[in-house]
Ligand binder design. Structure first.
Ligand SMILES: *[C@@H]1O[C@H](CO)[C@@H](O)[C@H](O)[C@H]1NC(C)=O
Ligand SMILES: *[C@@H]1O[C@H](CO)[C@@H](O)[C@H](O)[C@H]1NC(C)=O
Ligand SMILES: *[C@@H]1O[C@H](CO)[C@@H](O)[C@H](O)[C@H]1NC(C)=O
Ligand SMILES: *[C@@H]1O[C@H](CO)[C@@H](O)[C@H](O)[C@H]1NC(C)=O
Ligand SMILES: *[C@@H]1O[C@H](CO)[C@@H](O)[C@H](O)[C@H]1NC(C)=O
Ligand SMILES: *[C@@H]1O[C@H](CO)[C@@H](O)[C@H](O)[C@H]1NC(C)=O
Length: 568
């Protein structure tokens, strides 16, 4: 039996490999559609090997020039968020991708490089027996950086690390500064964990348990009841409250309170239950599954670990950055499939396709930009840190002074449920972004900055998409009735999840949402985009849900550049 099925499986894998290669040549949309179509192969007896060595690690070039290096064409990259294509079965930890033995080498390494040269890495995934892996699906992340007493710089890969499908991966960089450039490659999520996480997302819903409080005052007495809630009417509930609200992009159900005194309209509060009440992979009798899912991200070894970029061409990139259009002037900075990375240099972030104006925190430019305007921040804590950074730089801790001086109005509101916090939120204190946007007047001078992703990680992708679409539609209505308003979305960023949180929050889930967000926003060309994902890939500090300095201040510069292109 086994002998007869192998060639068939091999043939299927070859077919899908050919399909993938064809897709790479097509546009974004086709590769996105592919995501929906791919069903992970079910392979009975563990690993099968498959000769994909003919796959070229070098991507075909496009006709467009590289924005930072016009002497080069830019590459074509495959899909942003590729689905796991690993076998379902692995026997022990030793079969899984092992960060001790996995390694990278530089393809065609030379003595010296110039700015704008391409640096290419070949990453080889190996298992605990130090054997090469034969299938893909690992989530590797790679960056280059330089740091000494007087200089620092960092940049992620152009595009995502490319999965060659055979246990090998290709990482491409554009060298953007001169000096001793170090290379850092981490195994963020082993392929076996990517597979489990994907599987969990599809089969073990809801990943988290949510509660709803229903309450009502009757004759001076408070009647209240807490019930289970979630995005699907699950557990074959005979009596449910359908609390969905299509106008704000919410699908939500709660058990109907048992008390006949309470009705569905008495829903007053929301909370997330603590971890132990959730469905967890440990509970599913697969401790080995959790062992691979809970593994921390680890740096892998490489040969050599750094390259020398000669200083002759040192200032070339800064001249080139100066020639880029100012961010926000052209609505084309959104890379649905990332293909070229920006870079940090001495605490300033340079996006790859447009120029950011610097608004020094001690200069008058920030206040001039925002004077007599309403600035609305909507979303999660990763946009709240930008709001806080702006407040601090404008007014110190004292907002009232600024208000009196410049009539600047900064607002922040959280994005309504889901909220991954373990205490009660009264619904009367929560606001849907869609409704907030619909409330902005046609004669207001306003800047709107929106970001939501982190709290949506454990939920269905469609749950997230529905919300984003609703908000983007509201933004479009706003822009139509008030074309002076500037609306921008910020994307998500890389994180370092740890412990049991990893099964709810991880870079595989975050990247999946990021891809959904970009694909949706592509249809709203009037909405601007701040690429925090690319920034976090290139940052010197460790990945964190709240990325370390100077992440927020660079987002402020980008935001103000888009809002006030002529003020500098
Ligand atoms: C590496 O060098 C060899 C020999 O010069 C060449 O054939 C090959 O195309 C090069 N590969 C890359 C990725 O540059
Ligand atoms: C990696 O391989 C080494 C050597 O076989 C082993 O000791 C270690 O436990 C493995 N790591 C993981 C995370 O499985
Ligand atoms: C630090 O790096 C920069 C850029 O590569 C270089 O120009 C400078 O000489 C270096 N300084 C030291 C002290 O190594
Ligand atoms: C819940 O209500 C929404 C909107 O009113 C509706 O689209 C959906 O079908 C309802 N769900 C069920 C299970 O009836
Ligand atoms: C903020 O500034 C105002 C006006 O100068 C002052 O009255 C108030 O005490 C200050 N508040 C704080 C917390 O410093
Ligand atoms: C904006 O319009 C509303 C209603 O049309 C009006 O009440 C308000 O005074 C206007 N505000 C400004 C700043 O013009």
């Amino acid at each position: 039996m086994a002998k007869r099925t192998r060639p068939i499986l091999g043939f299927l894998m070859l077919l899908s490999a050919i399909a993938i290669i064809i897709m790479w040549w097509n546009d974004d949309i086709i590769s996105m559609n592919r995501l929906a179509a791919v069903i992970p192969l079910s392979i009975k007896n563990g690993v099968i090997s498959c000769n994909l060595d003919k796959t070229s690690p070098v991507e075909p070039e496009t006709l467009q020039n590289h924005p930072l290096c016009p002497n080069r064409k830019r590459k074509h990259f495959p899909h942003f968020s590729y689905p796991p294509a690993t076998p379902r079965q692995w026997i022990t930890q030793m079969d899984t991708t092992n960060s001790t033995f996995s390694q990278f080498t530089i393809v065609n390494d030379t003595e010296s490089y110039s700015v704008c040269d391409q640096l290419e890495l070949l990453i080889e995934a190996r298992n605990g027996y130090d054997e090469p892996k034969t299938y893909g699906g690992d989530l590797f992340r790679a960056k280059i950086f330089t740091r000494n007493a007087s200089f620092s710089a960092g940049s992620g890969t152009d595009g995502e690390v490319i999965d060659l499908g055979n246990g090998k991966y290709s990482a491409l960089f554009t060298l953007k500064w001169a000096g001793d450039v170090s290379i850092n490659v981490i195994l963020a999520v082993p392929s076996e964990a990517v597979f489990e996480l994907q599987n969990l997302k599809e089969t073990l819903q809801p990943r988290e348990n949510y509660l709803g409080k229903f309450e009502k005052e009757i004759d001076g007495n408070n009647v209240e009841e807490d019930v289970l809630c979630g995005p699907v009417p699950e557990r074959r509930l005979t009596s449910i409250c359908n609390l969905s609200n299509p106008s704000v992009g919410l699908t939500w159900y709660c058990q109907k309170p048992k008390s006949s005194l309470l009705s569905c309209s008495d829903w007053t509060a929301f909370r997330t239950l603590e971890w132990p009440s959730n469905k967890r992979i440990e509970d599913e009798g697969y401790s080995r599954r959790s062992s691979v899912v809970h593994r921390p991200a680890v740096r892998i070894k490489g040969f050599p670990k750094h390259v020398i970029v000669n200083s002759k061409s040192g200032d070339f990139i800064s001249e080139q950055v100066d020639r880029l259009p100012v961010c926000g002037q052209q609505h084309d900075s959104l890379q649905v499939i990332p293909w070229v990375a920006g870079f940090y240099q001495n605490k300033r972030w340079y996006p790859p396709t447009c120029k950011v104006n610097h608004f020094p925190s001690d200069g008058p430019e920030r206040k001039n930009c925002l004077a007599n305007k309403n600035v609305y921040f909507y979303g999660d804590s990763t946009i709240r840190i930008v709001h806080s950074n702006l407040i601090k730089s404008l007014f110190g801790a004292n907002l009232t002074v600024g208000k009196e001086e410049h009539d600047i109005h900064l607002h922040y509101r959280f994005h309504h449920i889901p909220i991954r916090k373990f205490f009660w939120y009264k619904l009367s204190t929560l606001y849907f972004i869609t409704n907030e946007l619909d409330g902005i007047g046609s004669n207001e001078t306003a800047i709107v900055v929106i970001c939501l992703w982190a709290h949506f990680q454990p939920l269905y992708r469609s749950f997230y998409e529905q919300r984003i679409k609703s908000i983007a539609d509201a933004a479009l209505r706003l822009l139509n009735r008030n074309p002076t308003v500037v609306v921008m979305f910020k994307g998500g960023n890389t994180q370092t999840p740890y412990g049991p949180r990893v099964q709810y929050l991880n870079d595989h889930y975050a990247r999946d949402n990021e891809e959904a967000l970009r694909r949706i926003l592509k249809s709203y060309p009037k909405i601007h985009f701040l690429d925090a994902w690319d920034m976090s890939k290139g940052q010197l500090g460790k990945p964190n849900t709240h990325p370390p300095k100077p992440h927020a201040s660079n987002l402020v510069d980008q935001m103000l550049t888009i809002a006030c292109p002529r003020d500098v």
